[in-house]
Ligand binder design. Sequence first.
Ligand SMILES: CC(=O)N[C@H]1[C@@H](OP(=O)(O)OP(=O)(O)OC[C@H]2O[C@@H](n3ccc(=O)[nH]c3=O)[C@H](O)[C@@H]2O)O[C@H](CO)[C@@H](O)[C@@H]1O
Length: 369
Amino acid sequence: MQNKKPFRVIISGGGTGGHIYPAVAIANELKVRQPEAEILFVGAKGRMEMTRVPEAGYKIIGLPIAGLQRRLTLKNLTFPFKVISSVRAARQIVKDFKPNAVVGVGGYASAPVLFAATSMGIPSLIQEQNSYAGITNKLLGKRVNKICVAYAGMSAFFPADKVILTGNPVRQDIVGSQNKRSEGLAFFGLKPGKPTILVIGGSLGARTINESTAAHLKEIQQKGYQLLWQTGKTYYPKAAEQTATLVETGIKSFEFIQRMDLAYATSDVVISRAGALSISELCLVGKPAILVPSPNVAEDHQTQNALALVNNQAALLVKDVDAATQLYPAAFALLQDKPQQELLSGNIQKLAKPEAAQTIVGELLKLIK
Ligand SMILES: CC(=O)N[C@H]1[C@@H](OP(=O)(O)OP(=O)(O)OC[C@H]2O[C@@H](n3ccc(=O)[nH]c3=O)[C@H](O)[C@@H]2O)O[C@H](CO)[C@@H](O)[C@@H]1O
């Protein structure tokens, strides 16, 4: 299929920030290298990408696709129909947009779009964020041309000749966030002299981390610390109530933080889930971190993500089951211990891959040419 310039690229996938933001980072880098390129996102109706992608300045179309529920529910009866209509819709989108290449970043929409594109012979690339590949990406790996990964040893899941170790692409504003501390303090209304804890529960929030944080709010205040606490949608109304009288002392809760670059820049210690993108971002910003891997993800891959850091003395780990008793004692101890902060910060920075977006876009452009 011959296209006239400017060339066109579809980026498909989403579901959570860990899939959406690498996609945005790839799109941004593509725009830097090829300002004329037309980029279309394809996501899943009702999921986070349908708001976050337009916020980042890109057009998105939603497919009716949804996941299969692990429990037996009536919703599962509609699953095959949603898959069929999504595959049809994906084929039509690919036919209409006539992309020169298609990128898949994981999440529900990735599969039908890449399936359609590869069956039409359109060059394609997958970006796999985790150290463990799910079933969909394993199947797609056989069909696509290239697979950009963030961890060594991924040829256990994919054909070795297609795998390229690039790292996870991180948004440029986060890559350059080191010098934004005063901007961050002003943005969040915090004081320069007080140490700040940043709490992030992945893009959807984390119940255990939220509960431990709620239980320690008084102590955080008494110790003179500030807090930026991202709770996710479900917990936010409760957290907003719990922090209402503490806001003046620099203890603040958020459903979602748009300016993660400023949140990282402002913080002294970070408490976080161990999603692949959070890990990649923490490496780039070089923050001392305590990771609490989610126990609810496939093959316990967040523990694997976290251990890659912990085994290099680049982060601390508190298990989800121990969070209630151990998380904040560990955070308070770390805030008191400058040498430990410096050790973790130095080591975590060594694992950063700041060129990931550039390398991936380089591979994509090679495919198009
Ligand atoms: C529960 C679940 O399935 N988690 C998976 C999901 O992670 P999930 O999306 O939760 O988390 P990640 O840590 O990978 O990425 C979060 C992304 O959202 C951004 N962010 C987060 C909070 C916020 O308030 N504002 C904001 O912008 C972060 O900066 C980051 O870019 O995808 C990851 C990548 O495939 C996986 O490793 C995780 O295991």
